[in-house]
Design a protein around this ligand. Structure first.
Ligand SMILES: *Cc1c(COP(=O)(O)O)cnc(C)c1O
Length: 351
């Protein structure tokens, strides 16, 4: 056997996640990963790297629970929300038997994690307004253990109607978990469904420090759910999922000061997004800029391939969404600094 043949069949077939960093490019204006455009300074306070870290660092858990308004027992911290997506599959889905369901166009990691683990992927395209097609979901629920709902949705930027999430939770009660991915919820905090945890035992919420907290490089995310679900996830998580420096910085980011800074950032960034939306809409090549509750905008243009390449050649890297179902001719732009936003609109005006 060749080494290739020794690998699991589903791994041989796997298309890895096309992360913004893997795509490459020589840009100096990086607007393709929904990162915060500027770094915050942090100092390490602990000098004990000879010791293994805590599995679930208490100060991080306590601070996140207080921030989110849940009990510490309802929180698990992991290596980004991406690890949370996968922990759920590992705890709930039997490969070859159970399925996960999600609604494209949406975040790519639900698919990649399921494929890696050999879990069936069932997709129900969202409706033309990017809302859930509830009757189609209901008809496809057989064997489904997890339904991933991204709200606000990446890459479209819209919120999923809360009434529809409620209906989905009711429809799946005692059958499947509904995982609401709130990676961008800090940009529209009033839309969180976190208060519904008390009401729905099958609700799970994913959060991250990568977006509004400006810490994508830290790799720190949270899963919020009932104590029972968190207990099951704790069974399958690695013994030391977070390194000591990560826990140290995460606790600082979740201090009162850290949260106040994050909220300040969100206010500025939302204002810049609304301005960029107007400026983009005035560019001749741009046909539509979609409403967004997040730190990115999805927009469509004539000959988006040409525009993407023209920007790329100027060192401005956006995210091409052409291949996603229903997003032909669409690009996604993360809200950068004012200078970066201006560079994009200037380049688009002359293109
Ligand atoms: C960025 C993102 C994540 C991943 O967050 P990490 O904490 O960086 O792993 C999860 N879900 C969505 C929708 C995202 O856009």
């Amino acid at each position: 056997m060749t080494i290739e043949q020794l690998a699991r069949n589903n791994v041989r077939q796997l298309t890895p996640y096309q992360s913004a960093r893997r795509i490459g490019g020589n840009g100096d204006v990086w607007l393709n990963a929904n990162e915060y455009p500027e770094a915050t300074d942090y100092q390490l306070t602990q000098q004990n790297l000879n010791r293994y870290p805590e599995c679930q660092p208490v100060s991080v858990i306590q601070r996140y629970a207080a921030y989110a308004g849940v009990k510490p027992e309802q929180v698990i911290v992991s290596r980004g929300a991406d690890e949370g997506i996968e922990l759920l599959m590992r705890a709930f889905c039997e490969p070859g038997i159970d399925a996960v369901l999600y609604c494209p166009p949406t975040y790519g990691m639900y698919s990649v994690s399921a494929e890696t683990l050999g879990v069936e992927r069932r997709t129900i395209a969202s409706k033309s307004d990017w809302q859930l097609d509830l009757p189609a979901i209901q008809a496809a629920l057989d064997g489904v253990k997890l339904v991933y709902v991204c709200s606000p949705n990446n890459p479209t930027g819209n919120l999923i109607n809360p009434a529809d999430i409620r209906e989905l939770l009711a429809m799946t009660q005692n059958r499947a978990l509904v995982v609401v991915d709130e990676a961008y919820i800090e940009f529209c905090p009033e839309a969180s469904v976190v208060s519904w945890l008390a009401e729905f035992p099958n609700l799970v919420i994913l959060r991250t420090l990568s977006k509004a907290f400006a810490l994508a490089g830290l790799r720190c995310g949270f899963t919020l759910a009932s104590e029972e679900i968190i207990g099951l996830l704790l069974k399958v998580i690695a013994p030391y999922p977070l390194s000591t420096p990560v826990a140290d910085i995460a606790a600082q980011a979740l201090s009162e000061q850290g949260i106040a800074t994050m909220r300040q950032r969100v206010t500025e960034l939302n204002a810049r997004r609304d301005n960029l939306k107007k400026t983009l809409a005035e560019c001749r090549a741009v046909t539509q800029v979609f409403p967004s509750e997040t730190n990115y905008l999805l927009f469509s243009l004539n000959d988006s391939d040409k525009a993407f390449k023209a920007l790329w050649e100027k060192g401005i890297i956006l995210r091409d969404q052409n291949k996603q179902p229903g997003l032909k001719g669409c690009l996604r732009i993360s809200i950068g600094t004012q200078r970066e936003c201006d560079a994009v609109t200037d380049a688009l005006k002359t293109y």
